[in-house]
Ligand binder design. Structure first.
Ligand code: DOR
Ligand code: ZN
Length: 365
């Protein structure tokens, strides 16, 4: 048995409000605990989006009643809420800005709108952008012009990791995250690891849809080769139900909270990642970048030699599927202790909805 600190996932979609049939603060935070994640930062592309004090109050009220692990909630950058969003900064996980097409209607096309947010956001926490390729380049320019920290969500391309590397070398205040699906899958959901030997034909139809899209094996190799440039692992846990994913018009997104740690532990066993890198990118760096408190008496127990298959039927997310179905992994989360309380053991969630705390409202340090 080994003990790890509780993981922090800076990129999770909990679908509350507006689509709780996919997930809510209860099921999503149960899924987190089962995956060894004790703190989640929840995205604002809900229905309605989290754009102002009323929507933030409302979602935090649900979270307070339902969350089982600790959390903070993002505020979204809209076309006309730069002043309002900036005023909410102390209560928000950070600001999320959508610059490319994805699920929901939050994309900001006009760069003068980005400028409003970069000017006004206070900058204790980063501006997190969904920005791919050239829009990422433009977002880096904004960070440089306004001297604000920027965190690039879910990088997937070789050109992205190499541009971030160069931007860091030039002193731009940029950090970034990568998702397991961009490390372990290529276009069409083809596995890039022997763990996925079950599934060499890839993912069918809508199951493979995710934004940013799954990239080439060369892109994934560049992410692995430049792990030192990547600050965080993040799941972009984006649950959509099986009927939705298998429909004519499948929404993009993969669930990920319960496959994150098994996949990373397997990579450690295979020598692709060190345990130190795992803890740095899944705990220490997210805590530093997002100014999160230390969760005392909080840890994850792992049976590092357990070899088993991932199956959605054993997971806690409401969405009912995983892009890693049948993958053979090595390393199982057996027990999670959160702030001194046993929160998960042998497949069972042991804390009730409401146990989770809003980390922007506590003073633990
Ligand atoms: O695939 C995705 N799904 N990418 C995103 O950026 C959003 C997410 C969602 O909310 O479903
Ligand atoms: Zn996302």
């Amino acid at each position: 048995m080994i003990r790890l600190p509780g993981l922090i996932d800076p990129h999770v979609h909990l679908r509350e409000p507006g689509a709780v049939h996919k997930e809510d603060y209860d099921s999503g935070t149960a899924s987190a605990l089962a995956g060894g994640v004790t703190m989640v930062l929840a995205m604002p592309n809900t229905k309605p989006p989290i754009f102002d004090a009323d929507t933030l109050d409302s979602v935090l009220n649900s979270a307070q009643q339902k969350a089982r692990c600790d959390y903070a909630q993002y505020v979204g950058a809209g076309a006309d809420n730069a002043t309002v969003a900036a005023a909410l900064a102390p209560r928000a996980a950070a600001l999320k800005m959508y610059l490319d097409a994805t699920f929901g209607q939050l994309r900001l096309d006009d760069m003068t709108l980005w400028m409003e947010h970069f000017m006004r956001w206070p900058g204790d926490t980063p501006i997190v952008t969904h920005s791919e390729s050239r829009s990422m380049g433009a977002a880096l320019l904004m960070a440089q012009m306004y001297n604000k920290p920027i965190h690039i969500a879910h990088i997937s391309l070789r050109e992205e990791v190499l541009l971030i590397k160069a931007a860091k070398e030039h002193g731009i205040r940029v950090t970034c995250e990568v998702c397991p699906h961009h490390l372990f899958l290529s276009e069409g959901g083809i596995p890039l690891s022997t763990s996925g030997a079950c599934c060499t034909e890839g993912l069918s139809g809508g199951r493979a849809e995710v934004r940013p899209r799954l990239a080439t094996a060369q892109d994934a190799a560049a992410l692995w080769e430049n792990l030192d440039v990547i600050d965080c692992f993040a799941t972009d846990h984006a649950p959509h139900t099986v009927p939705e994913k298998d429909s004519e018009n499948p929404p993009p997104g993969f669930p990920g909270l319960e496959s994150l740690l098994p996949l990373l532990l397997t990579a450690v066993q295979e020598g692709r990642l060190t345990m130190e890198q795992l803890v740095e990118k899944a705990v220490t760096n997210p805590r530093r970048i997002f100014k999160l408190p230390v969760q005392h008496e909080t840890w994850v127990e792992v049976d590092e030699n357990a070899v088993y298959e991932l199956h959605a039927a054993e997971m806690h997310s409401r969405c009912g599927w995983t892009p890693f179905e049948g993958w053979k992994v090595r390393g199982r989360v057996t027990r999670v202790v959160l702030r001194g309380t046993e929160a998960f053991k042998d497949g069972k969630i042991l804390v009730q909805p409401g146990f989770g705390k809003n980390v922007r409202e506590v003073d633990w340090d």
